[in-house]
Design a protein around this ligand. Structure first.
Ligand code: CDP
Length: 244
């Protein structure tokens, strides 16, 4: 279906009132599920996702085991009620692709060699979506992995940049994603500027691409601080409780 052009920028502001380089509000809660080894609820504007991590635990079936390291499994799933039109339950091409790229975005920071023959299962459930769910899922999963005590080199942070009415902007919402000219989800280790995921939909000139990447890097540093703070708050609380 061909996209129609609509006005997404008015008086230098986006339709939701944000500036070009502004993130949507973020809320992070750690340890929301008691049966998971690590879990995280993550809100990015109107996106609401939950990540649950189980493991390291014995890998079944055993022929999927790796004798030298843990195997990371990642399942991204959108609830049928998370979108405007009911989504048919179960995996589809899109969720298989998102699961794959998200796993690859997190894989490089996990020290898998410590747990040979095991599986680390990461489940991401999208409860409400408004564009950027893969990035919200990666942010949530990264925190949930840390909360599960999985040894990691660092946290991964993720955000999308896009192009609307010819302008490069940060963190597209659903209307901008639907009617804009481009979408570029990025995941990175913010402290070292190491990119672990980069996808692109639409067309960006080299200059737009570089500008977008810079915007994403700055935003990932902010998200990284929020992820870190959420973990610190959660665990300083439990240390406090233990002392009582
Ligand atoms: O969510 P994300 O931006 O990572 O992925 P996308 O494939 O670019 O999807 C953008 C948005 O389209 C989603 O966040 C949903 O709001 C919407 N969508 C939908 O309404 N129905 C679907 N079956 C898939 C996506």
């Amino acid at each position: 279906m061909k996209k129609e052009e609509i006005e997404l920028i008015k008086d230098g502001k986006r339709l939701d009132g944000r500036g070009f380089e502004e993130l949507r509000p973020i809320k992070i809660e750690v340890g929301v599920l008691k049966r998971a080894d690590g879990s995280c609820y993550f809100e990015l504007g109107d996106n609401k996702v939950i990540a649950a991590v189980y493991g390291p635990r014995e890998m079944h079936p055993r022929h999927f085991q790796d004798a030298k390291m843990a195997v990371i499994k990642y399942r991204y799933n959108m609830a049928p009620f998370s979108v405007d039109d009911r989504k048919r339950p179960g995996p589809d091409r899109r969720s298989v692709e998102i699961s794959k790229v998200s796993r690859e975005a997190l894989d490089p920071v996990i020290i898998k060699e410590y747990y040979p023959k095991t599986a680390i299962d990461v489940y991401v459930e999208v409860l409400q979506s408004d564009a950027g769910t893969r990035t919200a899922g990666i942010n949530a999963a990264s925190v949930a992995l840390a909360a599960a005590g999985i040894p990691m080199k660092d946290l991964v942070s993720s955000v999308a940049v896009g192009k609307i009415n010819g302008e490069v902007v940060l963190d597209l919402n659903a209307v901008e994603d639907n009617y804009g000219e481009g979408d570029m989800p990025v995941a990175m280790v913010a402290r070292t500027n190491t990119i672990t995921m980069l996808q692109m939909d639409g067309r960006f000139s080299q200059e737009e691409f570089e500008r977008g990447l810079k915007l994403a890097a700055t935003a990932c540093s902010k998200i990284y601080e929020l992820q870190r703070t959420a973990l610190l708050e959660r665990y300083s609380e439990s240390i406090g409780e233990g002392e009582a």
